[in-house]
Ligand binder design. Structure first.
Ligand SMILES: *Cc1c(COP(=O)(O)O)cnc(C)c1O
Length: 379
């Protein structure tokens, strides 16, 4: 992944520096409005990262110690960490072997008497099938939070992913489609949750720093509860506003590159690339490929073959339950065979906006050559 940043971002940051207001202020407010509108969410609250957005989501949803939160193990570890920040227990659910996302069935298998919330993920940008999960959880009073860290530009039943969830967390880390260096957003359909998250991310101040700055005789602020510093800065928001304008073009190019990979690798036996599910379209934030027999080597062998051709690919999505941080912890009793298979057998091919067709052809040729060379070596 390589972020796509240019002269417009530089000009936007320069303007912020010249304005003299570099911390959270008017540009953060504009970015929140613009982003929420683009994602068809009523409210947006900018945060320092997706991780902090997930943390706030769990607080406003009233999740606390003694509660269980169902999460996929097959995700970046922040998804599982968020419940632990509020003292809750992450309970791992397995994923669908085709999409890599949790389903109503895998969530159901992980529910306990204490389940207060479920965090679903649009893994690698593949839209999660949210409606059946909400149909399962809503009647039980379980809050469904969407971790759309990878999801900007992906669509679910014709709308942006996240639009159908009461709380959705987004990431602007450079590994994702839109970047502000670091940064995140919490979008929500609930006005009170938005207002509380907005206070909590700024030390739970009753009057924001930028509102106090705007008056000569600043109103005294109260600290309504124990809050956090999870603020985004105006420097970051200025970049985010430019990046948001680039989103349609980024998604268009990524989908074009993904379609080329899919077509060019279609006749290589043993490779299964990620595809759009029937209920939506992905942004191909990660173009992952499952490597199985009859491909002549395993995933790690394929990564080595690419490396020998000068191409740096990556192992697929991690499985949190295998990490030292979670080994030996009580994270429920569900078996995770699809998670383990996907994390062991998938790799992520290079895919970024500026990737030229020629460079992509090098990756494709290297994958095809790996099949031939490895077969020759082994015979
Ligand atoms: C990247 C990622 C995160 C963490 O995002 P940050 O903005 O770095 O905190 C959380 N969840 C998923 C699924 C991610 O891919």
């Amino acid at each position: 992944m390589v972020p796509w940043l240019g002269a417009e971002e530089i000009a936007a940051v320069t303007e912020v520096i010249e304005s003299g207001w570099v911390a959270q202020g008017p540009r953060v407010a504009r970015f929140e409005t613009a982003f929420a509108e683009a994602m068809e969410a009523p409210f947006g609250v900018a945060t320092s990262s997706c991780t902090t957005a997930l943390h706030l989501a769990l607080i406003v949803a009233d999740v606390h110690s003694g509660d269980d939160v169902v999460v996929p193990s097959f995700s970046f570890i922040a998804t599982a960490n968020a419940p632990t920040y509020v003292g809750a227990r992450p309970v791992f659910a397995d994923v669908d072997p085709t999409t890599g996302n949790v389903t109503a069935e895998t969530v159901r298998a992980a529910l306990t008497e204490r389940t207060r919330a479920v965090i679903v993920v649009d893994q690698g940008g593949v839209p999660v099938d949210l409606d059946p999960i909400r149909a399962l959880c809503d009647p039980r009073g379980i809050v469904v939070i969407e971790d759309a860290a990878c999801g900007a530009g992906s669509r679910y039943h014709g709308r942006p992913v996240g639009a159908g969830a009461v709380l959705t967390a987004w990431s602007f880390h450079p590994r994702k489609l839109l970047t502000t260096g670091e940064g995140g957003m919490l979008t929500t359909s609930d006005a009170e949750w938005a207002a509380r998250a907005r206070r909590l991310r700024e030390h739970a101040m009753s009057v924001s720093a930028s509102d106090r700055q705007a008056s000569l005789l600043a109103p005294a602020e109260d600290y309504t509860e124990i809050g956090f510093n999870f603020r985004l800065t105006d420097l970051q928001a200025a970049i985010g506003l430019v990046q948001l304008g680039r989103l349609p073009e980024i998604v268009r190019r990524r989908r074009e590159l993904a379609a080329r990979y899919t077509a060019e690798l279609a006749d290589v036996p043993g490779l299964r690339p990620v595809v759009d599910p029937t209920w939506g379209t992905g942004n191909f934030q990660s173009f992952w490929v499952e490597v199985t027999a009859p491909f002549p080597t395993d995933r790690d062998g394929a990564l080595h073959a690419l490396a020998r051709a000068g191409i740096s690919a990556r192992r697929g999505i991690m499985a949190a339950h295998r990490q030292p941080a979670y080994r030996g912890r009580d994270t429920g009793t569900v078996l995770l065979p699809h998670t383990e298979r996907l994390t062991d057998k998938t790799l992520i091919l290079p895919l970024y906006h500026q990737l030229s067709d020629d460079d992509q052809d090098r990756v494709i040729d290297a994958m095809r050559a790996a099949t031939r060379d490895l077969v020759t070596e082994s015979t």
